[in-house]
Design a protein around this ligand. Structure first.
Ligand code: FMN
Length: 359
């Protein structure tokens, strides 16, 4: 897709309300538009994480393709992997609209969708008909009115262990009341124990990642790191959206309730990432997400401890050519610096980021 056409598409989308624009972008991808120009795979960007071979470290974050309609079209845009979901056992409508708000001056979004999705069965059917290869993770959650929320995660593991490249246990959405309480030590211990047992009941050894919020204090991070190690989880995604509203310029939409993503989240989520790298050590797989919208921000996540990087809001503002642009930029950086692997820069700024104060 040409740059001019891309810009036209973006301004068209911006004339619509954000949720309509999102639906249109999914339809466009489903129908083969925009024509992707996936950069050729560069061996310097290839990376093995949790036993999976990623062609490059940039992934589409959860929440864009909640129902698994376009994972292969996303990979064709240049992403090295795509995470679909969050999916819950039963379909659910989510919160009343409007529930997505652009904060254009801040290159940010606030959403309070509340896990709107078509449920396990619909996603399982779509994944079963996929013909292409390529890494697709499934992000699992709990229905709002579930009596036993952990049972919903167990069901997600059983349903998707075979079809998913990896599973993400998402307990960090701010839009399902009480969900984030699963991050507290006792609840997390029970949750992880039960999802690991659910996996053992299947034939698969699919890696299981946990996705956490950025609104945690150091004592929470200590607890989470201890439980991840104790239960032998395979990876951690840092982070989901934030409840913080610090430093926003958009005073209108900034007052909406929900989770904030995009540029203003970059600092907080990167500090959390570095602090978790310190706690989990060099061998533990970490995925950095929050405010990535350029090659430089992707590189900084890797320096702060990320093996893999994901983005969502960046693409709302940067359009469908953004992933290819970032991946090309990473390859150029690796070549210019004489790296054999982009991984060589990982952790080079962990101390600096971990010691940044958060207010
Ligand atoms: C509209 C919207 C919907 C989202 N839905 C989900 C979701 O269903 N599950 C999830 O784990 N994260 C969800 N997220 C969070 C993103 O995956 C990501 O963690 C967060 O937005 C930070 O990355 P970003 O700044 O690149 O957007 C959503 C984000 C947005 C903006």
């Amino acid at each position: 897709m040409s740059g001019a056409l891309g810009r036209l598409g973006q301004s068209l989308l911006f004339s619509l309300d954000p949720e309509t624009a999102h639906g249109l972008s999914i339809s466009a991808l489903r129908s083969g538009l925009p024509r992707a120009r996936r950069p050729a795979d560069d061996p310097r960007l290839a990376i093995t994480v949790a036993g999976l071979s990623f062609p490059n470290p940039l992934g589409m974050a959860a929440g864009y393709d909640k129902n698994g309609e376009v994972p292969d079209a996303l990979l064709a845009l240049g992403f090295g992997f795509a995470e679909v979901g969050t999916v819950t056992p039963l379909p659910q409508a989510g919160n009343p609209k409007p529930r997505i708000f652009r904060l254009t001056a801040d290159r940010a979004v606030i959403n309070r969708l509340g896990f709107n999705n078509q449920g396990h069965a619909a996603l399982a059917r779509r994944l079963a008909t996929r013909r292409q290869r390529g890494i697709v993770g499934v992000n699992i959650g709990a229905n709002k009115d579930a009596v036993d929320r952990i049972a919903d995660y167990e069901a997600g593991v059983r349903t998707f262990a075979a079809a998913a490249s990896y599973l993400t246990v998402n307990i960090s959405s701010p839009n399902t009341p009480g969900l984030r309480a699963l991050q507290s030590r006792e609840a997390l211990a029970e949750l992880l124990e039960r999802v690991v047992a659910a996996r053992a009941s299947t034939d698969s050894s699919t890696p299981i990642f946990l996705k956490i919020a950025p609104d945690l204090v150091d004592a929470d991070l200590d607890d989470i790191a201890a439980e991840l190690m104790r239960q032998g989880l395979d990876g951690l995604i840092v982070s989901n959206t934030t409840l913080s509203r610090r430093g926003l310029h958009d005073e209108g939409s900034g007052r909406e309730s929900g989770g904030l993503s995009g540029r203003p989240l970059f600092r907080r989520s990167t500090v959390m990432l570095a602090r978790m790298r310190q706690r989990l050590g060099p061998a533990f797989p970490l995925v950095g997400v929050g405010g990535v919208d350029s090659t430089d921000t992707a590189l900084e996540k890797i320096r702060a401890g990320a093996d893999l990087v994901q983005l969502y809001t960046g693409m709302i503002y940067g359009g469908p050519t953004l992933p290819a642009g970032i991946v090309t930029g990473l390859a150029r950086f690796a070549a210019r610096e004489g790296l054999r692997s982009i991984r060589e820069i990982r952790d080079s700024a962990v101390e600096r980021w971990a010691s940044e104060a958060l207010d």
